[in-house]
Design a protein around this ligand. Structure first.
Ligand code: ATP
Ligand code: MG
Length: 717
């Protein structure tokens, strides 16, 4: 048949086509933001399917976030239709490894219904481990141990592989031993943490060559997006699995590597050529996303980094609007000004779906959330733990986890005395002792203990009835839709009633959230499916009906694009984040700058940068100075816009503008020094323009104009 070029190849440039059509053998696409890497990857999937080179379930496609995975599935669907539904191996590293682990759980000492712990649970468990070992967790905090263990897991190290020098640094050399104990506890609980998903499936492959060979054969094509952010464990995992057919295509951009703090290694890009000799390297240079000024500003900014592979970017598009720079008085004004700006865009018929606010730290979101609720501007938080992190939601989920997974001790512990049932610490301690002695989960320990005289009559009765409740709920798992079951559990356990009786101002909101949770469950096939979703996604699911502004962290924005992007909080200490500078020095600063580059390059038409001169950090008002990244912007491609009336700040923004990159290097900028010298001690009260503070017990709870929003008695600091 005459070779008719398939439609999906239309419009791709020659380099993109090479990335799509070079199907056999390893391919590495290394290119800047917005050059169509993801588009090439998606088209490649369509091409493989269209040529019949592989079935949908024989393609492994790895993306970085759940949102990116959803978008990739949608894009493939647009190209090839329903076939994309069958792509069961399209997802994040974590989701894919979770799936592999469930299929072979027994081989790594788990049951297929294992629980995936989140950070909170992880830390609670580590606290128990430290306690059992009589280690003072004031001196050696569980959180610090968690970070170390995550670090080892990211590097693909099992407890017995931790280098001696590494292990010595925690609790006088007990680091690796504690790690081993923690892993043991996880197995007893039939649970894994996030890091385990990769580490354990890596172990699975290494210890079971036949299982590995199976996957190597199954995955005829392997595709990886955002390759620059893979950590060592992911890299090793990928290398094992792709050594079979070697049809692996990775796309990435070293300038967008922003997960160094989580163990990502840019070097993996360089290693690719060694591991896959003869790999075809494709470079893309034309940016299709952003208008000229935005691209110029972003390229100039990232040019200040030294550790770069270096590449050129150009656009054939128009220059468009210059990115704007606006100084505001404080974070509240920032939220107000941005809210008004968005309303104006809305009046000019811009879709809220094409607007995003990208923050450096998640605490910045609250101010926007509150403002937007107040003015009725619909928004969503993306990639954020907001909804599922709330206490009442976590409680409800703990109930459901106990129903689905009786061995889930952390969930059991969380709700055993919530609402109060007279099952206090003393009872819990008995359960723990019994559980440790007999090596059984708490629920089973409870079952045994209520038959003995060890418990007093009251707790014994309470525990007995709780166990009976759980048995009854569990027996209904298959008989009742999961949302009805959830409602029943929350009602019969007295949990909902507990909040109905609660007189604090938040109680009503909590009851609403519980309703929302039950509603969200409807769309899942069953309870287990829902719980899996929660542990993987930890993200609020909202109805699709309404257009919304997206609020997310810069990290979560990777790979996404919007017509208009707001970039608030460009201040020293916040962005670049002080912690990155303190912990990683120059490397930390460069990673922060890459994050700024990611932020700017999300914008198609409008990028709007803001900085405030006062910000509340951990309850204290800090006078701030504009970020050195403001200094890194090219004056010719940036426009200073004064905040609308009400702001007494504008003048500073303009004088500051004189410092846009004309002084060059990072620390020696006169403007930077001047501002640094003017820096004063943090204040509990907002300086100067602050309205009258409202205090309770000498602590400020709100300022007069906003007091009513919080209600008396609730603290906002
Ligand atoms: P990032 O580094 O941010 O992940 P990327 O390289 O993955 O970016 P894409 O998201 O694939 O870039 O593409 C950026 C935008 O350019 C998208 O809107 C995409 O549809 C568009 N695009 C990509 N290639 C082409 C092309 N050949 N013709 C027209 N538009 C294109
Ligand atoms: Mg991309």
């Amino acid at each position: 048949a005459a070779a008719q070029r398939p439609r999906y190849l239309d419009g791709l440039n020659p380099e993109q086509r090479a990335a799509v059509e070079t199907l056999d053998g390893p391919v590495l696409v290394l290119a800047g933001a917005g050059t169509g890497k993801t588009r090439a990857l998606t088209t490649r999937i369509a091409h493989i399917l269209a040529l019949g080179k592989a079935r949908a379930y024989e393609i492994l496609a790895v993306t970085f976030t759940n949102k990116a995975a959803r978008e990739m599935r949608e894009r493939v669907e647009m190209l090839v239709g329903e076939g994309a539904q069958a792509m069961q191996w399209l997802g994040t590293f974590h989701a894919i490894s979770a799936k592999i682990m469930r299929r072979h759980a027994e081989l790594v000492g788990l049951k297929p219904n294992f629980t995936i712990l989140d950070t909170d649970d992880q830390i609670r468990l580590l606290k128990q481990v430290l306690q059992a070992e009589n280690i003072d967790d004031k001196r050696w905090p569980a959180r610090a141990l968690a970070m170390r263990i995550d670090g080892w897991k990211n590097r693909g190290l099992l407890p017995n592989q931790v280098p001696a020098g590494d292990a010595e640094s925690f609790a006088n050399g007990k680091g690796a031993a504690l790690y081993a104990l923690y892993q043991e506890r996880l197995k007893i609980l039939n649970a894994v943490d996030f890091g385990d998903l990769l580490l354990e499936s890596l172990r699975l492959f290494r210890e079971n060559p036949d299982v590995l060979a199976d996957y190597q054969k199954r995955f005829k094509y392997i595709l990886v997006d955002e390759y620059q952010d893979t950590n060592t464990a992911q890299y090793l995992w990928l290398r094992l699995i792709s050594q079979g057919r070697r049809n692996v295509c990775c796309v990435g951009d070293d300038d967008q590597s922003v997960y160094g703090w989580r163990g990502a290694e840019v070097e993996n890009i360089l290693r690719f050529e060694q591991d896959f000799p003869g790999a075809k390297i494709v470079r893309l240079e034309r940016n299709y996303r952003s208008t000229g000024h935005i691209l110029a500003a972003a390229s100039h900014l990232i040019g200040h980094n030294e550790g770069r592979l270096g590449k050129t970017l150009f656009t054939d598009g128009e220059d468009g609007e210059k990115p704007t720079l606006t100084g505001v008085w404080d974070s509240e004004e920032e939220a107000r000004v941005i809210g008004e700006d968005i309303e104006q865009l809305q009046r000019r018929d811009h879709s809220l779906e094409e607007i995003a606010i990208l923050v450096r730290a998640s605490f910045q979101m609250r101010e926007f959330e509150e403002r937007f609720v107040e003015i009725g501007l619909p928004y969503r938080i993306i990639g954020g733990p907001r909804f599922y992190e709330r206490a009442e939601i976590r409680d409800a989920l703990a109930y459901l986890r106990c129903v689905a997974q009786p061995a889930d001790d952390l969930a059991f512990e969380r709700i055993v005395n919530t609402p109060k049932r007279g099952l206090g610490d003393a009872t819990l301690q008995l359960l723990h002792e019994y559980g440790r002695r007999e090596r059984v989960p708490l629920m089973q320990a409870a079952r045994a203990l209520v038959e003995t005289e060890e418990l007093k009559a009251k707790p014994r009765g309470a525990l007995k009835s709780l166990i009976a409740d759980f048995d009854r709920w569990r027996s209904l798992i298959d008989a009742k839709p999961q949302n009805e079951l959830a409602e029943m559990v929350l009602d019969e356990s007295g949990y909902t009633e507990m909040w109905r009786q609660d007189k604090t101002p938040e109680a009503a909101g909590r009851l609403e959230n519980l309703k929302e949770l039950v509603r969200a469950m409807e769309q899942f096939p069953d309870l287990a499916g829902f719980l899996e979703h929660v542990s993987l996604v930890m993200e609020a699911e909202e109805g699709k009906s309404q257009e919304r502004v997206s609020i997310m962290t810069l990290h979560a924005a990777k790979g996404l694009e919007f017509e208009t992007v707001y970039l608030p909080g460009w201040e020293e200490g916040l962005f670049p984040h002080q912690r990155s500078l303190d912990e990683q020095g120059r490397a930390g600063l460069e990673e922060e700058r890459r994050l700024a580059y990611v932020g700017l390059t999300r914008a198609k038409r409008r990028a709007k940068i803001f900085f405030a001169s006062n910000r509340r950090i951990r309850g204290l008002w800090q006078p701030t100075v504009p970020s050195r990244f403001v200094d890194n912007l090219p004056p010719t491609h940036v426009e200073v816009v004064e905040a609308p009336s009400g702001s007494q700040y504008g003048g500073y923004a303009v004088s500051r503008f004189a410092n846009l990159d004309v002084y060059g290097s990072d620390y020696s900028t006169p403007g930077w020094k001047r501002a640094q010298a003017a820096r004063t001690e943090p204040a509990r009260e907002k300086p100067a323009r602050a309205k009258q503070p409202v205090t309770i017990d000498g602590e400020i709870i709100a300022r007069s104009s906003t007091a009513s929003r919080y209600g008396a008695g609730s603290r906002v600091f």
